[in-house]
Design a binder for this molecule. Structure first.
Ligand SMILES: Nc1nc2c(ncn2[C@@H]2O[C@H](COP(=O)(O)OP(=O)(O)O)[C@@H](O)[C@H]2O)c(=O)[nH]1
Ligand SMILES: [Mg+2]
Length: 171
């Protein structure tokens, strides 16, 4: 199971998605702190909303196997800059939540996520459970485990640690 780190503004649906992925009942809970011990690391939206706290997200991300930018399908703008993957050395995915919303604009959010460097994008609803199975299947795949030497060899060539590098003889 991959350890997932969720980033997104307040009300984007991070805590609800965490509850659904854990098979818990949906209930409102204000996220006050970051607990990095669990399989899914939820974070308070305030971190993504202020520049200083945004740095904290970069630090917490090193506790995870995969990072997710989370944007609700009905959000009017994106908090995330272009090419966010450059602040981390983990795979970056996008999770579009609330696809059931009557105000959903999935293609627009997908465009923001592509611009921010997400290598895969999932469309989900914690209310209807749409797309949750596909996300769980992805999380159940084992993360790539590398030795320090393997990681350094890839880094020296400017390659991501998790990508297919068979053509470089580094597998
Ligand atoms: N329609 C809809 N509402 C959702 C969905 N997920 C969360 N919400 C609602 O959005 C609000 C914020 O959710 P929450 O998970 O606390 O967001 P967080 O601040 O990112 O942790 C709550 O009122 C949820 O009931 C969803 O998939 N569809
Ligand atoms: Mg929350």
């Amino acid at each position: 199971m991959k350890k997932l780190f969720l980033m997104g503004r307040s009300e984007a649906g991070k805590t609800s998605l965490t509850q659904v992925l854990r098979g818990e009942e949906l209930r409102y809970h204000k996220t006050q702190y970051v607990n990095t011990g669990a399989d899914i690391i939820d974070s308070p939206g305030e971190y993504a909303e202020t520049k200083r706290c945004g740095l904290g997200l970069a630090c917490f991300s090193f506790e995870a196997d995969v990072l997710a930018l989370l944007i609700a399908a009905d959000e009017p703008f994106s908090l995330f800059e272009a090419d966010c993957q450059c602040f981390t050395n983990r795979p970056l995915i996008g999770i579009i939540t609330k696809v059931d919303s009557p105000f959903a604009n999935v293609p627009m959010v997908r465009g923001w996520m592509e611009n921010s460097g997400c290598e895969r994008i999932f469309e989900v609803s914690s209310m209807t459970r749409d797309g949750i199975g596909e996300l769980l299947d992805y999380l159940k795949e084992e993360p790539v485990r590398l030795t320090l030497e393997q990681a350094k060899a890839r880094q020296a060539r400017g390659l991501p640690e998790w990508g297919d590098v068979s053509q470089y003889g580094l597998a």
